[in-house]
Design a protein around this ligand. Structure first.
Ligand code: GDP
Length: 334
């Protein structure tokens, strides 16, 4: 399933958020057939009320939601790309994720030290971005060095290597300007040629503004949040406001009390649900369902896929021998 990596400076609320994810996953595991959870990976179901409705209509024995894996990537500090802190080993974990969730501290608390001495979202975001950029630059330099030796055996691989070299040189230039690789316009062929490098700054980013519970109902009243909103929109990144503390408290409440608690804070949905939805959106993912007596199941596809292509996600034979899809409009969800 989809992997989202949680990054951020120390003391911004990453572990608090990650632990809430894990607890949530454990609570769901009783109802859903989830696999085991690695120490730094938490799995949560994608909330989707349509699945329950379909499941009831088909009298399914079980329902299987789509899931997102959250990976806790600790250890990014200033200088990580140069081996500071836990360094490069952790940056390499980010290569394996589909999107990056950067937790940004927007809550004030004098008892909890901020690594730079004060709450400053812009500086926090710059520090992390710079580490990602340095790490990519390093990787690109090594790769270009290798390409220079030109080991391509036939003309087809020569063309491919040439595309890769030219793409990497363009990206290198942009990175030197402090901008992410994803801001470089590339042809599909060029994109394919560099995919194997899993560049960190090619990945979509969602900023997770971690606020105090008193800010949840009206996050924009917090100037730090307003700053993150602006920064996120400047670089076409996603943004979710969350209170890691509240998420962690929610996991300790029985399900039926959670809604009540959220209501008392002036919100209708847990931040985790928003986060999952934002992750889906920024990656351009959509869901479709299969439904029958045995099970109702959510499948994840890319926006824009045709129905036969979507069927191919289940089995390639279904794409070749496609029969039909049913569309349902306005299922009333209560
Ligand atoms: P990490 O270093 O980024 O993993 O940060 P932690 O999750 O360990 O959080 C650092 C400290 O900040 C802990 O003492 C948390 O309880 C606290 N903390 C996390 N989120 C919030 C929040 O939303 N409000 C307040 N006041 N404290 C928080």
């Amino acid at each position: 399933s989809l992997r989202a990596g949680i990054v951020g400076l120390p003391n911004v609320g990453k572990s608090t958020l990650f632990n809430a994810v894990v607890e949530n996953g454990k609570a769901q595991a009783a109802n859903f057939p989830f696999c085991t959870i690695e120490p730094n990976v938490g799995i949560v179901a994608v909330p989707d009320p349509r699945l329950r409705v379909l499941s009831e209509l088909s009298k399914s024995q079980r329902s299987v939601p789509a899931s997102v894996q959250f990976v806790d990537i600790a250890g990014i500090v200033k200088g990580a790309s140069q081996g500071e802190g836990l360094g490069n080993k952790f940056l390499s974990h980010i290569r394996e994720v589909d999107s990056i969730l950067q937790v940004v501290r927007c809550f004030e608390d004098n008892d909890i030290i901020h690594v730079n001495g004060k709450i400053d979202p812009k500086s926090d975001i710059d520090v992390i971005n710079l580490e990602l950029i340095f790490s990519d630059l390093d990787q690109i330099e090594k790769r270009l060095e290798k390409l220079k030796k030109g080991k391509a055996k036939d003309s087809q691989s020569k063309v491919k290597e040439e595309a890769e070299r030219s793409a990497l040189e363009k990206i290198q230039k942009i990175l030197m300007d402090g901008k992410p690789a994803k801001s470089v316009p590339l042809t599909d062929f060029e994109k394919d040629s560099i995919r194997h490098l899993c560049l960190l700054t090619m990945k979509p980013i969602i900023y997770v503004a971690n606020v105090a519970e008193s800010d949840l109902s009206e996050p924009s009243s917090n100037p730090h949040v307003r700053e993150v909103v602006k920064l996120a929109s400047d670089v076409q990144s996603g943004l979710v406001t969350i209170s890691a503390q509240v998420e962690s408290e929610l996991t300790e409440l029985p399900m039926e009390e959670r809604t009540e608690y959220l209501k008392s804070l002036g919100v209708s949905e847990s931040g985790l649900e928003n986060l999952i939805r934002a992750t889906y959106n920024i990656l351009g993912l959509r869901t479709y369902f299969t439904s029958g007596e045995k099970e109702s199941k959510a499948w994840t596809i890319l926006a824009g896929m045709t129905a036969p292509q979507a069927a191919g996600i289940i089995h390639t034979d279904f794409e070749k021998g496609f029969i039909r899809a049913e569309t349902v409009r306005n299922i009333s969800i209560s």
